[in-house]
Write a protein that binds this ligand. Sequence first.
Ligand code: NAD
Length: 335
Amino acid sequence: MHATNERPLRIGVVGVGHLGKIHARLWKEVEGAELIGVFDEVAESRDAIAKEYDVLAFEALEDILDSVDAISVVTPTFAHHAVAKVAIARGIHVLIEKPITTTLEEAEELLSLAITHNVKIQVGHVERFNPALLVVEPYLKNPRFFESHRLAQFTPRGTDVPVVLDLMVHDIDVILSLVKSPVVHIDASGIAVVSEQVDIANARIKFENGAIANVTSSRISQNPMRKLRIFERDAYLSIDFATKSAEVFRLLDEEAAKAVTTPMMRLGQIENAEKPRSIVYERPVVKDLNPLKHELELFLHAIRTDTEPIVSGIDGMRALKVANEIMVSIASQTI
Ligand code: NAD
């Protein structure tokens, strides 16, 4: 990925709880990167992870920032802004876990600091690197309707923010990346069930181009699910982020059906059109890749090539803005 005469990019991980440990493990595997060390405000956590990966355990944020070129910010969301702000001000590139920050003002401040200090911000909307989404993207022409379900079993982790910011924000970001049109209306409901914050929510998002997204998230579900179904003229596409699989159903005329190269099945014929068309079912071959490792690799690539990260700070802020509007809509409903 980098020229052989370039030294590896020196990496630190700040916050090594549940997800930060995984960042540390995967950074060790990324070609062109060198994990220098970790910092966590809990000494036992940083010492344990540093020992496991044979890297340094830094005792202060400032110390790790003196030794690296880029960091993963994997603290709870409320601390993203404070950590990233100090890092960016020192010219350190930041991969900030999702959601980018708790408030839009915080996100705006980070974005403008990043411009001043010429550093990259990437946001950890990891589903964008999920191979099941990547394989479906080339099929999409003009998505009109989205139905997403992101359901998880309860865990106290992440309950410092409502489920909209914890889980739904993944689908908001994916959908915003697929619909290139502004949001014009949001109607949402949700309630707190177990935590002090909204635990289950549904939002209907309307876009200026007429596309609609019906988005459901819960963190109090018995059976986990992470699915996105996309409908457009002549096609229905289904993505299972959890199993990393995808299904595509398309209406194709004979010529187009013959050109399909993935394994396919004809499920029937539609005769009442000008040209007879087949309902063609495909299960595209999904690449075997780890989405989080791919996310780290592409962050490194954006730094090396001085290009915009795939999930930029602006993307993170847009997703947060829509999530906030969903929360406002929920607050205005009484159920
Ligand atoms: P966690 O509570 O397991 O870990 C957070 C760690 O950060 C803890 O070890 C804590 O001691 C440390 N910490 C807290 N404040 C700190 C500070 N100021 N400086 C240094 N360390 C600090 O949380 P988690 O589940 O690992 O979540 C971390 C982040 O990752 C959250 O923003 C969450 O939304 C995000 N997350 C993303 C995904 C995803 O799919 N992309 C999944 C889970 C969590």
